[in-house]
Each structure stands twice: as structure tokens, then as C-alpha cells.
Design a protein around this ligand. Sequence first.
Ligand SMILES: [Zn+2]
Ligand SMILES: [Zn+2]
Length: 225
Amino acid sequence: MNPLGRIIGYLAPFVCLDCGDEGLLLCSWCRSSLSHVQSRCYRCLTPSSKGKVCIACHDTLTATLARTSYDQILVRKMLFKLKSDRAGSVAIEMAEMMAPLLRQTDPTSIVTYAPTSTRRVRSRGYDQAQLIARYLSRSSGLPYRRLLARVGHTRQVGADHQSRQNQLISAFRVISPGHITGRSIIIVDDVMTTGATLETAARVLVEAGATQVTAVVFAAAQKLL
Ligand SMILES: [Zn+2]
Ligand SMILES: [Zn+2]
């Protein structure tokens, strides 16, 4: 665990989210129990190098990389905890586990995040994706920049892939276009289910001149939705 995590842990000792062992938010045993996701195209699940999206499936995302799969109870516990009082510690933990994925990306990339809808951020006081993106930038040395903002509100519950995309079509706008043109961008998020939200975020980045957009997430859904 990094120094900041150690200090937080000292002030209020952690209990492992999974086994209840005292000391760390996630003990080394439980951490190692998290499955790894095979590098593949996120749409058709065909194995591919460095998470590349295959030509037939290519939309706006160049590649997607995930540390683990969403269909584990421990992962759901972590995602739930990310929305609690210990969000910062969980974000550090997730960023540490995601850091090796960045070695598979363009080393000149800028790290950004897909903002959560503003109403939810306001009620919680922070954006969990932003927390992870910042820690990931710090541990990888890649520059972090806020590039996207949310436009209005969208509802995602119960909607299928296509209608989610339609609802989200104008849900993001770029806020620093000068930093996007000709650059590779990494969008960080905590979870990816259909990929529709990240595709929409990638679309505005590509339209603003990004050369490629890679999504790096903590957990991805294993099955086609
Ligand atoms: Zn444990
Ligand atoms: Zn594919």
C-alpha cells in the first residue's frame, strides 16, 4: 500500500472488505483472488492484443483494458465502498491494481475520466472516476487532465445498448479542446458494462481531434449484454 493509504489506515484501521482481517482495505490474499480479464475486443469478446477493438466492431474506442471482471461479489463490494466514506482509499486500491494496464497503452497519452452525472456527484461530493484517474496518473507518471464535462442528465436503468447510446448521445462535451487534438487519450472509469457511456465519451474526444481513445476500467462485464 502507498504512503497515503498507510496514513489513512493508521488513523482508522482497515478491515479487509472480503475476509474481515484487520489491517488493509483488501488483504493480499483477497486482492490476489480477483480474476484477471483476458485482453480482447470488448464488443465481440474475440481475444486481441492490448485490448484492441477489432475492425468489425470499431466505433470510437480504440481499445479497452480492464483489471478484473464485474461478476465477482468482492468487486461489487469494492464498487459499493467506492461510493462510501472510504472512497479515497478504495480509489487508491483500484488505481494500484489498474496501474500495470497502462503499460499496454501509448506512453504519450493523457489520462482523463468519464464524469458521472452532475446530480450524483453533487449528492456524494466527489466523482469516483476522477479519484481513480488522478491516482492512476500519479502512479503511472502520465499527465492527468480534466477533458470532459457532463451535459444534462441521462437515465440508463433498464435501457438496452442501443437506446442507452441514443440517450447519451450528447451527454458529454469537451472542455479543453487545445489539449485533445493529435493526442492519445485514456479515459478512466470504475466499471464498464455495455461500453455505451465510454463510447459516447470517446466520440466527443475523437471529434475534437484525439488520435486514439483507450478506456481503462477497474471492472468490466464478462458477457456480451
Ligand atoms: Zn482478506
Ligand atoms: Zn470485436
